[in-house]
Design a protein around this ligand. Structure first.
Ligand code: PLP
Length: 434
């Protein structure tokens, strides 16, 4: 299947080109030319299927023309090596826990899948290796670094602003070694992003190192996120529920929500989606008014959703042929302040014992406000609460336990390369280290 650019002025790309390039040459986002409808047999069997079987079927429908089926099955199985349970929180309301992967956040799914698909294509091209550059303000770096850890033919440089990521986040990408190099930049996240951008524009450097990005706009990162919407539905179906299902998604760059909308187009009977924003409410405003006004982000307690210009917005517009009416009838929007997020973490913990992280809490709140009688709601729990230990403990007034996997990161030796924020130093370091 070919991929077109949302800006409509780039040539169609194969899956391989779309994955290796990331962004289309006209700066648009790649979209599959067709969205396959899954056969009725898939849905009648779904109740008996586990996450890997479901993901293999969906992956085959999306990518099966471009990758041999046995390779694709291997990529899926390798990527999804953890549980994604649906947990009952209260009557008619469930959490889809996406945080049981290596970095305890949902980005593991997309990052692990993309790493393996990219590695497959690099080998197909007969290239010796590629270099992935990623700038991070925290969570993306850990998911990408861990996703690519030990993957053949790929070396990863994670650039992060010195002193501006949390302790847990830093531990997750500076302790890995092997093919992962952490670069601590004396500057801001924007400086890190600017360095990555300059590197991509440097033709000679590109030739020498085969640079590629692991950005969330890559089709190999966002499309696999559709797998777990089917898996959530299957788990509900096992409880005898398959109608009037609504899903609430804590949203920042809108990659997760877009993947859910794709699942619906592939035939998954979801009645309505809910986009939950924090105070960064650009998408909420669009849903209300049809006006899209990107602006600088503001800092909140749910910081992985602090996005002022959501990168997947154009994909949603394209999917619905730019109809605000169509978009706002499939998706309802909510937004919450830090105070509202904090008090719901406290209340839910007290009433049901379930511990929300600030992102999941935002989605839970949106679901509560949106859900009508007779509907069953799922919210996506995108991170383990221990990743936001201080904030969550402040809400509930007690200490929480750090899972063993996270604690292990914290104990390991950290290794970083410290650099000033000028491109010359960064360029030299890249060449020396490659
Ligand atoms: C990235 C992230 C989000 C936002 O997901 P998008 O796909 O960018 O909308 C929500 N929660 C957590 C924990 C995240 O890391």
């Amino acid at each position: 299947m070919n991929y077109y650019s949302t800006n409509q002025s780039a040539p169609a790309a194969t899956l391989q080109e779309a994955v290796v390039k990331g962004l289309a040459p006209d700066r648009g986002l790649y979209m599959p030319e067709e969205i396959p409808l899954l056969p009725a047999g898939f849905f009648s069997e779904i109740v008996h299927s586990g996450v890997t079987d479901i993901a293999r079927s969906v992956a085959r429908a999306l990518f099966g023309d471009d990758i041999p089926h046995d390779e694709l099955a291997r990529i899926v199985t390798d990527a999804l090596n953890f549980e994604i349970p649906l947990v009952r929180v209260e009557e008619g309301l469930y959490a889809l826990e996406l945080f049981h992967g290596p970095t305890f956040a949902f980005k593991d799914v997309g990052a692990r899948f993309m790493a393996r698909m990219l590695s497959y294509f690099v080998q197909q091209q007969g290239q010796e290796g590629v270099t992935v550059l990623v700038a991070t303000s925290g969570d993306t770096g850990s998911a990408v670094a861990n996703g690519f850890l030990g993957v053949e033919g790929i070396r990863v440089f994670v650039l992060y602003p010195s002193g501006k990521v949390s302790d847990i986040q830093e531990a997750q990408f500076t302790t890995l070694g092997r093919n992962i190099v952490a670069v601590e930049i004396d500057g801001t996240f924007d400086d890190c992003q600017a360095l990555v951008k300059s590197a991509f524009m440097d033709e000679e450097l590109n030739r020498q190192l085969n640079l590629t990005s692991a950005n969330s706009i890559n089709v190999a990162r966002f499309l696999p996120q559709s797998f777990y919407y089917f898996h959530a539905f299957a788990q509900l179906a096992r409880l005898g529920i398959s109608r009037e299902v609504i899903i609430s998604v804590p949203s920042g760059n809108l990659g997760n929500l877009t993947a859910g909308l794709f699942a619906k187009r592939m035939g998954l009977p979801i009645k309505r989606f809910i986009a939950a924003n924090n105070r960064n409410d650009v998408f909420w405003e669009y849903l209300q008014s049809g006006r899209y006004l990107p602006r600088p982000s503001v800092q909140t307690i749910a910081n992985a959703m602090d996005v002022g210009s959501p990168s997947n917005f154009d994909r949603i517009l394209d999917l619905y042929s730019y109809s605000h009416e169509a978009i706002s009838s499939d998706i309802s929007g909510y937004r919450f302040s830090d105070g509202e997020i904090e008090s719901v973490i406290k209340r839910v913990h007290k009433e049901s014992g379930y511990l929300l992280d600030p992102h999941g809490a935002c989605a839970y709140l949106a679901l509560k406000e949106s859900k009508r009688a007779g509907e069953t709601g799922i919210f996506l729990a995108t991170a383990h609460p221990a990743k936001f230990k201080e904030s969550v403990e402040r809400c509930i007034g007690e200490e929480i336990e750090i899972p063993e996997g996270l604690a292990t990161f914290m104990k390991k030796n950290r290794e970083t390369i410290q650099l000033p924020s000028d491109f010359g130093s960064f360029r030299k370091a890249l060449i020396n280290l490659s």
